[in-house]
Design a protein around this ligand. Structure first.
Ligand SMILES: *[C@@H]1O[C@H](CO)[C@@H](O)[C@H](O)[C@H]1NC(C)=O
Ligand SMILES: *[C@@H]1O[C@H](CO)[C@@H](O)[C@H](O)[C@H]1NC(C)=O
Ligand SMILES: *[C@@H]1O[C@H](CO)[C@@H](O)[C@H](O)[C@H]1NC(C)=O
Ligand SMILES: *[C@@H]1O[C@H](CO)[C@@H](O)[C@H](O)[C@H]1NC(C)=O
Ligand SMILES: *[C@@H]1O[C@H](CO)[C@@H](O)[C@H](O)[C@H]1NC(C)=O
Ligand SMILES: *[C@@H]1O[C@H](CO)[C@@H](O)[C@H](O)[C@H]1NC(C)=O
Ligand SMILES: *[C@@H]1O[C@H](CO)[C@@H](O)[C@H](O)[C@H]1NC(C)=O
Ligand SMILES: *[C@@H]1O[C@H](CO)[C@@H](O)[C@H](O)[C@H]1NC(C)=O
Length: 546
């Protein structure tokens, strides 16, 4: 009797344990909504979440497949989580990001006293003291997000010279989780790699030209490159104020919309943000309607990619892109194909972007260095940086990563001049008024679609316009493996690629609506997982109560 009661009790508690295990989300895929449910229900705490993500990072970052996605974890993350847990208990959550860990690209400043460095991947900024948090970090902290750590990146957001995507002096070569040593793309490579396998709930990247779109594409993710001025660049290690943007890189558009709602908005430290229409939309309202493509008009600006060495010449990209067009038609949209940018040929041969970036980078990077409260390396200018790299060649110019041609070219410029102002105006015309805006108007379109890989980001980059990217497909298992750098492969079997939705300035809400409908119909992200060794094993059940 007694023993059967005992057995019954045991069975009940085992069942309860199983039920609990069943309700815990798998961190490989867990959404913000699932994490908020578990936090609200007391199934786990934000402290548990941080512990679990730290353990998952530890499993694959330098050990195992050595993906090199994360440069540093935040020594203050556990105490931040504990105080946010306490606040939740007493007052409830502040919003969708309360207690949610977020990984930050290492070119976005976080206050030094917290313990994290802000370096753009370069030893020249190690232990530098930034004056304050970046504008987007202030907004994240106010929303209750936890800064989990700093993501690796292509050094200087890939404005250094011809070095492989995902490589930095501090981080080494980051690699893709879908095939050993495949190209993660950059420059927000670490944000992409880490988010793809659940080393973090969500992440932030930055894009000047392609740096959110491409890692989103290569890592099977949903990313938003915003209109210049929607999110603050204050405290972001710059390339150019005319093109730099900060945006979310997440596993779903639903998560990306939640992050964007928090980081968008004005910032007195970045006057470009005052150009945005107010109030900031609640972007979570753009991810409600799976039928949003019905009745929409979508254009295919083919000339943007037909000559592209990555996208246009790749038969497989064309196969999955044609499938996407059929899917979009099936969802009730009218597809105008081709709907070419009148300026496509001019953009392809234009050097205006390079000219603007070269001149802006020197001015703005020098200003960033000057604004630091301290920099132990002694580097206080672009000229110092070039000399530092040469003097520390083992760290910053190892064999096959010696190139700093872009730094040198930028250093050779002498400030804004009449050619610069002309080039800036040409860029706005080529990408914007005579480019994207012209074709949207000509065919009365809601948006354009393009394969995400390759140079398809240029028109939006030079215009300062938005791109929303979602998963499109995966390279087949029999693809001929190519090279993307001395240490990386592309294409390679199973490596993901994305579909981009483009539009005019500040059309993010509409682009998210349209891309969401496609994402919900296809659910491509779930069709394929990372290679087994790249999938971390630690789950919440392993850390709860420990
Ligand atoms: C920041 O860099 C310094 C110098 O290498 C290092 O001691 C410190 O641990 C770094 N911070 C983190 C969180 O890794
Ligand atoms: C921002 O301010 C700077 C100088 O204060 C000025 O040169 C620039 O034109 C302003 N930019 C915008 C977009 O208002
Ligand atoms: C935004 O919309 C979402 C979805 O309806 C809602 O959960 C959230 O509370 C809203 N956020 C704000 C700040 O109103
Ligand atoms: C593509 O290449 C062909 C052949 O070189 C050229 O005639 C055409 O103008 C190019 N198209 C674009 C959009 O650059
Ligand atoms: C800038 O664009 C204009 C318009 O297409 C073109 O005429 C000019 O040659 C370009 N300048 C450079 C430096 O490429
Ligand atoms: C402006 O600066 C650029 C970059 O150094 C240079 O190529 C161009 O010739 C300059 N233009 C004038 C008018 O000096
Ligand atoms: C890969 O397989 C597909 C279908 O199984 C075939 O059509 C294609 O030719 C193959 N490609 C290569 C490079 O072998
Ligand atoms: C540098 O790259 C070349 C060409 O890819 C390769 O053969 C060589 O082994 C590389 N050297 C090192 C030290 O990685």
């Amino acid at each position: 009797m007694k023993s059967s009661l005992f057995l019954k009790g045991l069975a009940v508690s085992v069942l309860a344990l199983l039920a609990k295990a069943k309700t815990l989300p798998d961190l490989y895929e867990a959404s913000i909504a699932e994490l908020q449910d578990g936090l609200a229900g007391g199934d786990f705490t934000s402290v548990d979440l941080v512990k679990a993500y730290f353990a998952r990072i530890d499993e694959v970052n330098l050990k195992g497949p050595a993906l090199r996605a994360v440069l540093e974890t935040n020594p203050s993350a556990l105490s931040q989580a504990a105080s946010l847990d306490q606040e939740r208990k007493e007052f409830g959550p502040r919003g969708l990001l309360h207690g949610i860990p977020i990984l930050i690209k290492d070119n976005i400043a976080t206050i030094a006293s917290e313990g994290l460095n802000t370096t753009a991947g370069s030893f020249s900024l190690l232990k530098s003291i930034v004056p304050e948090d970046a504008g987007v970090i202030k907004k994240l902290r106010a929303a209750g997000a936890i800064i989990l750590g700093k993501a690796s990146l292509s050094e200087w957001a890939h404005f250094r010279g011809n070095v492989a995507s995902g490589w930095s002096g501090r981080g080494g070569q980051g690699t893709n989780a879908y095939f050993p040593n495949a190209d993660p793309c950059g420059s927000s490579s670490g944000s992409g790699i880490a988010t793809s396998i659940g080393l973090t709930a969500v992440s932030l990247g930055t894009e000047t030209d392609g740096s959110i779109t491409c890692p989103t594409s290569n890592n099977n993710l949903a990313g938003i490159k915003v209109t210049v001025g929607l999110t603050s660049r204050a405290g972001v290690i710059p390339i150019s104020e005319h093109q730099d943007t900060v945006g979310p890189i997440c596993r779903s558009l639903t998560d990306a919309a939640a992050v964007l709602s928090v980081i968008a908005g004005t910032d007195p430290n970045d006057n470009f943000t005052f150009a945005q229409p107010l109030p900031v939309p609640n972007f979570s309202l753009a991810v409600k309607n799976p039928n949003a493509l019905r009745g929409a008009r979508i254009g295919v600006p083919r000339k943007v990619f037909t000559n592209d060495t990555i996208t246009g010449n790749d038969p497989f990209v064309n196969v999955v892109f044609e499938q996407a067009i059929q899917t979009i038609k099936g969802l009730g949209a009218t597809v105008v194909d081709p709907a070419d940018l009148p300026t496509a040929e001019q953009i392809a041969v234009s050097n205006n972007e390079t000219l603007v970036l070269d001149i802006d980078f020197k001015i703005q990077l020098n200003k960033y260095f000057e604004g630091l409260l301290a920099n132990p390396s002694g580097v206080r200018s672009l000229a110092d940086l070039i000399a530092f790299n040469n003097a520390n060649a083992l760290l910053e110019e190892p064999v096959n990563f010696t190139d700093q041609s872009e730094l040198i070219e930028s250093q050779g410029t002498n400030g804004m001049n009449s050619t610069y102002f002309q080039a800036l105006a040409f860029d706005k015309e080529l990408g914007g008024t005579n480019g994207i805006d012209a074709v949207l108007k000509e065919h009365n379109l809601d948006a354009l679609i393009l394969p995400a890989p390759g140079l398809t980001t240029v028109p939006a980059a030079i215009a300062g316009y938005p791109i929303v990217t979602v998963p499109l497909g995966f390279y087949p298992d029999n693809v001929t493996i190519g090279s993307a750098g001395p240490l990386t492969l592309y294409p390679a079997p199973g490596v993901p690629l994305g579909l981009s939705f483009l539009g005019t300035a500040f059309s993010e809400f509409r682009l998210i609506e349209l891309a969401f409908a496609y994402e919900q119909k296809t659910k491509t992200r779930l069709a394929r997982k990372a290679f087994p060794a790249a999938i971390p094993k630690t789950q919440l059940i392993d850390v709860i109560g420990k």
